[in-house]
Design a protein around this ligand. Structure first.
Ligand SMILES: Cc1cc2nc3c(=O)[nH]c(=O)nc-3n(C[C@H](O)[C@H](O)[C@H](O)COP(=O)(O)O)c2cc1C
Length: 415
């Protein structure tokens, strides 16, 4: 990605130390990063740390470096402003339009996307004053991330934790790729997402697995949650991904466990996104003891009988038709396809859409360096009404934002 001007505002919360990683990662990605801490933030992390990590001087007040008029210029020139952590106080000052330090003045002059990553105690986060401030900022077009749940200052836990730096920067990169990628348009919707690859046990140490990293499904869950949905993510095995902030994650292993979790959560959901790579077959029996290789070179390898797993996607479509999923309005399937002598990728994908009966099908061409285990993706989106659109190449988070757009359009169209 080309070098962008990013302002990282840091306000005075205990999570200010995590801003160091946010700054470091953005600078390492080649961007020009200017850190604007509040006076309180500097009681948590020293200016020298931010100056060394960003390679730029750090000021807090509007009267430093006056000939450059930084209180106006920094905001005007920025491509993106990220405030991490955003304290309750900083959110309130931003809503009030205060300009009593360099960061808040910059928030008034910036016309680029602004991303707030709030972090505070649960009581502060849930206070009506903060709820209203968050809602006002969203109405004005800012992106205010849902905090993660977990350990806060001291020993208590709950929602209010700053998401990990990697996750904040995932959203920062998304807004640089696509400034309007995170509208708050899924509030009140329950979205169920499956992701990752299942493992079908052969014996206590071996399994049949697949190469799904879970990245695409996690990205869909992450984007849907930040667009306001209540998201449950049923996560099979992934490449060590971070649980997305603001998402309820249910970890499973086998296709059967994934099926059970979908059956449990789907009746509440309005949207189901089946991004998981669910094994089609499993060993008919799992050996209770490790299958031995045998001492001799000529010992015959064991034969493993396979049986079919239920088709979770087709099962959900059937359950909806039978009236068992009263709230379900959009079912999205995924197809990882290769062309063969019978037809190209789209030919097979169209057949799959017909067979499965879902509303939308995300199609990826797989093969050398494509779709699996990588961070970028491209493909097509096929709808049951016959419309087809290309998903332009980009990060899996960008792809997720396009997929969520399609879901929102489908819901809006009375789907
Ligand atoms: C140890 C400590 C931890 C704090 N952590 C937070 C926090 O995580 N979130 C928050 O909103 N305020 C927190 N505060 C309170 C803020 O520092 C205080 O509201 C301050 O005025 C914020 O100033 P600023 O928004 O200008 O940075 C903390 C205060 C202390 C002393």
């Amino acid at each position: 990605m080309e070098r962008k001007r990013i302002v990282v505002g840091v306000s005075g919360g205990i999570a200010a130390y995590k801003a160091c990683t946010v700054v470091r990662q953005l600078a390492e990605a080649g961007h020009s990063v200017q850190v604007l801490p509040t006076e309180s933030a500097l009681r948590f992390v020293g200016a020298a740390t931010f100056e060394a990590l960003s390679g730029q001087p750090v000021h807090t007040g509007v009267f430093d470096d006056v000939p450059q008029v930084p209180h106006v210029a920094i905001g005007q020139q920025a491509d993106l402003v990220v405030v991490a952590p955003a304290t309750a106080d900083l959110l309130a000052r931003a809503v009030a339009g205060r300009a009593d330090d360099l960061l808040t003045a910059t928030l008034l002059t910036a016309r680029c996307p602004v991303l707030f990553a709030p972090a505070m105690h649960t009581e502060m986060w849930q206070h009506p004053a903060t709820r209203e401030n968050v809602s006002t900022l969203r109405t004005r077009g800012a992106v205010v991330l849902e905090p993660a749940s977990g350990r806060l200052t001291g020993t208590d836990t709950g929602p209010g934790r700053l998401p990990e730096a990697e996750e904040i920067n995932t959203f920062a990169s998304l807004l640089l790729e696509r400034p309007d990628a995170l509208p708050y348009d899924l509030a009140g919707q329950k979205v169920l997402v499956t992701a990752g690859g299942t493992r079908e046990p052969i014996d206590p140490v071996r399994f049949i697995g697949n190469r799904s990293s879970g990245k695409q499904g996690y990205a869909v869950a992450r984007v849907a949650a930040q667009r306001g949905a209540e998201v449950t993510l049923i996560a099979a095995h992934t490449a060590g991904l971070i649980d997305p902030a603001g998402v309820d994650v249910v970890h499973v292993s086998s296709a059967q466990q994934l099926q059970d979790a979908v059956s449990k959560h789907a009746p509440e959901a309005q949207v189901l996104v089946m991004a998981a790579a669910v094994a089609d077959f499993r060993p008919a029996r799992m050996a209770q003891a490790k299958i031995k290789k045998g001492p001799g070179e000529d010992d015959r390898p064991p034969t493993i009988d396979l049986v079919r797993n239920d088709d979770v996607l087709a099962g959900a479509v059937r359950a909806r038709a039978d009236g068992q999923l009263p709230h379900m309005r959009a079912i999205v399937g995924f197809a990882a396809e290769t062309g063969d002598e019978n037809g190209d990728v789209l030919f097979h994908a169209r057949a799959k859409l017909q067979r499965k009966g879902c509303d939308l099908l995300v199609v990826n061409a797989v093969g050398e360096g494509r779709a699996f285990e990588v961070d970028h993706n491209d493909g097509w989106l096929l709808a049951a009404d016959g419309t087809e659109s290309a998903l332009e190449p980009g990060s899996k988070t960008l792809m997720a934002s396009r997929i969520v757009d399609a879901v929102v359009a489908f819901l809006g169209g009375g789907g």
